[in-house]
Design a protein around this ligand. Structure first.
Ligand code: VG1
Ligand code: CO
Length: 542
């Protein structure tokens, strides 16, 4: 029943920031997905008879790859597979299922916030037994194996019906199709004060959650409407679609513009939120105020003790390097530890496992805690609702008070998407070559105080990850970071992260792009962005 198929390597199977992401037609090439999945299994040891979790965000090609992954898991010796009904598991739910059922690991099929459909994006990622994304030593091994693979193993069996909660037997392999929502919803109920949030809704607080036709629909319906009693219709676009309704399931001000406009209008709802394709990102908008993800991390860290799951307080915070230093100010005031890691959730796993931090976050709309080992969109929404319910204040009041206490980190990210790879690499290379000569450079009123190429030494594993982004610091505490995306599927994406700290509460009302105007000019002066990218303006400003 086990079939061994001969194959040859594909040169492009190097995992990026979060797994292998390519266009669907690339994944549809004969043996392409199989090669990568076999390379994952070949990089692992001692999993015979153990459990593998499989699920995805429901995008186009999800079901096909799930069937392949199940049969390959069986052929390679796993004893049991847990797969979400319909092939659905949000990324944080998959992380929870791995942990809860002590699985050996999991395969998550997602390209996150990237569009889906026959010519759009697909992705495969491996998560280890702690529920988190495989660390670099494993993703490096997977890539190395993919470059010399000669065969893969797969069960010669019929596809299983993914649409009913049921147990199947394929040879020695047991496949449990599980309810994708229940365990996750139960976990949220343990962490947060559902009664307080129910009261908040019954007092008339109006919440709108946009699932963007992506994976969080069923989760948000169950939790926000059924368990928390928000009126039907509070959760929108809740049916996961293979092409996300033709939209980018990216909860930012560009792709969730409708929600943003609604929240800025007169008589807006009190609380607006959205999540991304695979459910790990979050967008938080209060009536009349958008909360930047970096501010959100700081505010959640400062108020987490108001939620039952965190009533003992938090031990430390970690943020990715490009994320603003707003959270650092909370850590400093509370006397708790603060860690700065490279971009990507895989770097938080060791810190969480070692009990060094409780809450982690990234500027790219990712926040999470030690409850799982992924960022978690709905978790962030529920944490916010819990805080709003207990404090009895609006989102805007909470944000403004936070700035008044800690100061405001004006922050914005400018993305230049799908630009020529050579131009983008040249831009970063050129900055790297000039690092030593940059300090002292004057641009308008700004003076460069320090410049480096960020390198991270994992405090637990002692492994070093270098070339993680060019940082340029200015006198007075402002900062610009330049790095290239590791999740794109065509050309290169340049990300420019711009930050300025403003302690003075009377200067907290400036439009962000205006507040950062001199730094935006400095970024152009330092990196020659227009010439090197051939673009006059960023594709997306968040
Ligand atoms: C982006 C974000 C990063 C995030 C990653 C995966 O990576 O910047 O913060 O962890 O996406 O998120 P990059 O390399 O393109 O900048 V998700 O929601 O795609 O799993
Ligand atoms: Co995501």
């Amino acid at each position: 029943m086990i079939k061994t198929v001969e194959t040859t390597p594909f040169g492009d199977q190097k995992p990026g920031t979060s797994g292998l992401r390519k266009k669907v037609p690339v994944f549809q090439q004969p043996n392409y997905a199989e090669n990568f999945i076999q390379s994952i299994f070949d990089s692992l040891e001692d999993f015979r008879g153990k459990t593998l979790v499989i699920g995805g965000d429901g995008r186009f090609y999800n079901r096909e790859v799930i069937q392949k992954a199940i049969k390959m898991a069986g052929a390679n010796g796993f004893g049991r597979v847990l797969v979400g009904r319909g092939g659905i598991l949000s990324t944080p739910a998959a992380s929870h299922i791995i942990r809860k059922y002590k699985a050996f690991g999991g395969i998550i099929l997602s390209a996150s916030h990237n569009p889906g459909g026959p010519t759009e994006d697909f992705g495969i990622k491996y998560n280890i037994g702690n529920g988190g994304p495989a660390p670099e030593r494993i993703t490096d091994a997977i890539y190395a194996i993919s470059q010399k693979i000669t065969k893969y193993k797969i069960l010669d069996a019929n596809d299983i019906d993914l649409d009913a909660v049921k147990t199947w037997h394929l040879g020695d392999l047991t496949v449990d199709v599980i309810d994708p929502v229940k365990d996750y919803a139960d976990l949220m109920e343990e962490l947060f004060d559902f009664q307080a949030i129910r009261n908040l809704f019954s007092l008339g607080c109006r919440v709108v959650f946009d699932a963007m036709h992506a994976v969080t629909g069923p989760y948000a319906k169950e939790i926000i409407e059924r368990r928390l009693g928000a009126p039907a219709g509070s959760v929108r676009n809740f049916i996961p679609l293979p092409d996300f309704g033709g939209h980018h399931p990216d909860p930012n001000l560009v792709h969730a513009k409708e929600l943003y406009d609604e929240m800025m209008a007169p008589h807006a709802p009190d609380f607006g939120a959205a999540s991304d394709g695979d459910g790990d990102r979050n967008l938080i908008i209060g009536r009349n105020i958008f909360v930047t993800p970096s501010d959100s991390l700081a505010i959640l860290a400062a108020n987490a003790h108001l939620a039952p799951g965190y009533s003992a307080g938090i031990v430390g915070i970690a943020r990715s390097m490009p994320t603003s230093a707003a959270a650092d100010r909370v850590a400093e005031k509370r006397g708790i530890r603060m860690f700065e890691t490279p971009t990507g959730w895989k770097f938080f796993g060791n810190l969480l496992d070692a009990g060094l931090v409780t809450i982690c976050g990234e500027e790219s709309a990712g926040t999470g805690s030690n409850h799982v080992r992924e960022k978690d969109g709905l978790w962030a929404v529920l944490m916010w609702l819990n805080i709003v319910a207990v404090r009895g204040e609006s989102v805007e009041d909470i944000v403004r008070q936070h700035w008044a206490t800690y100061g405001r980190n004006y922050y914005s990210r400018h993305d230049y998407e799908g630009v020529d790879s050579d131009g983008a690499n040249g831009l970063v290379e050129s900055l790297r070559e000039r690092l030593e000569t940059l300090p002292g450079t004057k641009i308008g009123d700004l003076v460069v105080s320090k410049a480096d190429d960020f390198a991270y030494k994992d405090p637990v594993e002692r492994s070093v990850s270098d070339h993680q982004g060019i940082r340029v610091f200015f006198e007075g505490g402002s900062r610009i970071v330049f790095r290239l995306s590791g999740t794109g599927t065509s050309g290169a994406t340049l990300r420019v992260y711009i930050e300025r700290y403003e302690p003075d509460a009377s200067a907290h009302d400036i439009d962000t792009q205006v507040a950062l105007a001199d730094l935006i000019i400095a970024a152009e002066t330092l990196a020659d962005i227009r010439r090197r990218t051939g673009r006059d303006a960023p594709t997306v400003i968040t």
